[in-house]
Write a protein of this length. Structure first.
Lengths: 274, 362
């Protein structure tokens, strides 16, 4: 019994150490952003001698951060809403409607899940270029709309809805759209929120594609925009950290507010049905 | 005609034919029960009437209107499922109001109809509850209420009591019978439980392997079955079947001899003219056998195996000397012991004769 409790204490200490190691870079970024630039380069202090918020003032008022925020918000929210809408309809069709080629289509979706998005950037870039969508919200959004894993997760959940519910709804006069939006979607509301949050986080954090498709500062998203702060103004650690923290803030907030749902979505997208 | 008429209705799943040219007429306001063993096609037939299964051949008419290929919601039918199929995210009120809200009926009308149905089914106190907060019986009542508010031409019940415990099943059976008397709608009910069929039905349709074996009033089927399958299926416990041989006789009644009791020919009410020596089956219900010797009956010796005791009555399971299984209803206090040899008396006028193919010999 005693041996067990000693083991528990050791395990707790080890967990605490790992948590500290994980949290330290975040802590370091936060304190660095609140130090004067001089202090950052001259000495190592774990708590700033003087709390200085000039880096934040600079990030907020002397860069295009507000524009980047707007771009990121517009593109992330659009991607989230459209991905959920497309996926939910696609998954419903694959799960509930019998049509020729259904299995083949699902096979293609499963296969496309295995293709890394990086492998597609060249063809997508050419496509967006031909559509005249370089440096536009459309150009940022369109290639991010296909997220096979969301379709696969939804299909799994729709498969497990008892078929009698759909039949009862049919007898009650519902068409497929009504069955989907009045029955299947509300029944799977939990997973919809989880998938929406994870899609939103992925869209907000997306870097490679927005970086390739935008070169005008006016159209950049936050993740791409913060690289410009460094380029234009030289290495200023406090400013860089302040910008990075402001850029990560919406995602961090989303995570803190919907922690349980995010964990559920991560488990689902990795194949563990929560 | 009003009611339901199925003409030559058939259903195939790929190459497998599961319903073979069914012809049934169910009158307006009639309570019809489809009964048969698992896999006989009774639920498939019900789902075809509902429009949830495509009809491969034949015609389905409801109130003279051809609905064979109509959408389920356009047929004027409502269905109560075995699993209740209540929408779990909606309250009892919203479940019952769902079809009317889909049809965009005015709110006042929806409220009036739902409250009236809730009143009939004694659900008024539960209108704000979610299905998960209700008992099995209450959920089943909500499912019935959902059907009532639609005011359908036909109510369809697909084994609605199978998920309930025995006591609740009896209660709900009475509720459904009361509901039928109250609203007088045409109802089609599917069950594999012949007690449900006997107690609820105006008309029973017995199915086996997608073929209608017999249609008729419950007592008609009990007293006058067309074949061994119906005779064995209707009545609880089922009818006993014993091998017999036709012997030369006189008059217009069939004279037979039981394999078990050779040399004692007796007459039963069936047609004569079968060849002497032909092997047939006779059927006798457990409740028409008496323990001990009785004058005017046919004597038979059996060995008692065990007794199912129900209190007032008991069912003796026994073997004849030729190894045929029999069930005998025992009334009163008289109960044989296992392994005991028991004399029985069968009443010839309560016996049915069946050909080797199972067809009734009348």
């Amino acid at each position: 019994m005693q041996r067990k409790s000693v083991g528990n204490i050791l395990l707790l200490l080890l967990t605490l150490c790992v948590a500290c190691m994980w949290a330290f870079p975040l802590y370091w970024a936060a304190v660095t952003s609140m130090k004067p630039e001089q202090e950052v380069i001259s000495k190592t202090t774990f708590i700033p001698d003087v709390f200085n918020f000039s880096a934040y003032y600079f990030a907020l008022f002397e860069t295009n951060l507000a524009t980047w925020y707007v771009n990121s918000l517009v593109t992330s929210i659009t991607v989230t809403v459209v991905v959920i809408l497309i996926s939910v309809m696609c998954a419903y069709a694959l799960s509930q409607i019998v049509f020729a080629g259904r299995r083949l289509l699902y096979g293609i979706i499963l296969a496309s899940f295995m293709v890394p998005s990086q492998a597609l950037v060249v063809s997508q870039f050419v496509l967006m270029y031909r559509f005249g969508l370089i440096n536009s919200w459309g150009g940022i959004i369109l290639p991010q709309l296909i997220v096979p894993v969301v379709v696969i997760v939804y299909k799994q959940f729709f498969d497990s809805v008892p078929k009698e519910l759909r039949e009862a709804a049919k007898l009650d006069g519902c068409g497929d759209f009504q069955i989907l939006f009045r029955l299947y979607l509300p029944l799977n509301w939990g997973i919809t929120t989880a998938l929406a949050i994870i899609t939103y986080i992925m869209a907000w954090n997306a870097f490679l594609w927005p970086f390739l498709v935008t070169n005008s500062e006016e159209m950049m998203t936050v993740t791409v925009g913060i690289t410009q702060v460094d380029d234009a103004f030289g290495v200023k650690y406090a400013r860089d950290m302040a910008v990075a923290i402001l850029a990560a803030m919406p995602v961090a907030l989303a995570y803190l507010l919907f922690q349980k749902r995010v964990t559920q979505a991560l488990m689902l997208s990795s194949g563990i049905k929560g | 005609m009003s009611g339901i008429k199925l003409t030559g209705v058939s259903k195939s799943f790929g190459a497998v034919k599961v319903i073979h040219g069914v012809d049934i007429e169910i009158g307006q306001g009639e309570f019809a029960v489809f009964v048969g063993p698992s896999g006989c096609g009774k639920s498939t037939l019900l789902r075809m009437i509902a429009g949830l299964e495509e009809t491969t051949g034949g015609e389905i008419r409801i109130d003279a209107e051809d609905v064979t290929h109509k959408e389920p919601s356009k047929r004027g039918v409502a269905m109560v499922f075995q699993s209740y199929a209540l929408y779990p995210h909606l309250s009892v009120f919203d479940n019952m109001a769902f079809s009317l809200s889909i049809a965009r009926r005015p709110k006042a009308e929806i409220e009036t109809k739902v409250k009236a149905a809730a009143e009939i089914l004694r659900l008024t106190d539960y209108l704000e509850s979610k299905p998960s907060q209700l008992s099995g019986g209450q959920r089943q009542r909500v499912a019935i209420g959902r059907a009532i508010v639609r005011e359908p031409r036909v109510f369809l019940f697909d084994e609605p009591l199978s998920n309930l415990d025995a006591e609740l099943r009896v209660k709900m059976r009475m509720e459904i019978a009361r509901l039928h008397r109250q609203i007088g709608a045409t109802m089609v009910y599917v069950t594999h439980d012949q007690v449900e069929a006997m107690t609820l039905a105006d008309r029973i349709v017995v199915l086996k392997a997608g073929v209608v074996q017999q249609t008729g009033a419950p007592l008609e089927l009990y007293r006058n079955p067309d074949n061994m399958f119906v005779a064995g299926f209707i009545g609880s416990p089922g009818m006993n079947f014993l091998k017999a041989r036709v012997v030369p006789g006189s008059g217009d009644r069939l004279t037979i001899e039981l394999h078990d009791a050779p040399g004692v020919p007796f007459e039963i009410p069936a047609r004569a003219g079968l060849a002497a020596g032909q092997e047939i089956f006779i059927g006798v219900r457990p409740e028409h056998i008496t323990l001990g010797e009785r004058e005017g009956g046919v004597g038979l010796a059996v060995t008692a195996e065990f007794i199912e005791e129900l209190g007032g009555t008991g069912y003796l399971h026994a073997l004849t000397t030729t190894g045929e299984e029999m069930t005998i209803e025992c009334r009163g206090e008289d109960r044989p012991q296992p392994k005991q040899t028991v004399r029985l008396t069968l009443a010839p006028e309560e016996m049915f004769a069946f050909a080797g193919s199972g067809e009734r010999l009348r």
